[in-house]
Design a protein around this ligand. Sequence first.
Ligand code: COA
Length: 143
Amino acid sequence: MILIKEIYQEDYECCFKLDSITIGLWSKSQWKSEFKKKGVKVFALSLPRTIIGICVFHVVVDEAQINYFSILKDYRREGYGSHLMYFSIEKCKQLNLKKLSLEVSEANLAGNKFYEYFDFLTVGKRKNYYKNGVDALLKEKLI
Ligand SMILES: CC(C)(COP(=O)(O)OP(=O)(O)OC[C@H]1O[C@@H](n2cnc3c(N)ncnc32)[C@H](O)[C@@H]1OP(=O)(O)O)[C@@H](O)C(=O)NCCC(=O)NCCS
């Protein structure tokens, strides 16, 4: 059975662990401070014994940004990412938000296909945004 629930700062270590074996975006202290930001909610997608996906959802005025979104490698292409995304879109509707936005590396083919599947539109580009010189695409979806 899969479950999506909000998790809080005491769970920062398991977020760091999942991140370190997936995309390696943040350090432990960055995870800890992410939980403290105003408007940040962290959602975990779990199977009975393990967290297999995390979404960091940041409400800013009347929209939300996805600051982090990842599914464990062994569980990809099984619809789990979609569960978490449908949940995030539903959360936007419940909170009466107008837009969901995010940044994704232009080189991330899976990520780009995934957001295309959810009808996100590319609305901008940050040149040389990542350390390796790759551009970030700014994507958004009207709710
Ligand atoms: C992007 C990511 C979250 C997708 O999660 P997932 O659980 O594999 O996604 P789903 O199984 O729900 O896929 C939904 C649809 O997205 C598209 N998609 C997902 N992964 C894809 C891939 N590797 N190649 C092509 N299309 C893909 C497909 O259309 C897929 O539908 P289908 O399987 O019926 O063809 C996952 O690959 C991941 O965690 N990647 C690393 C982190 C990341 O890149 N995050 C996003 C950018 S920050």
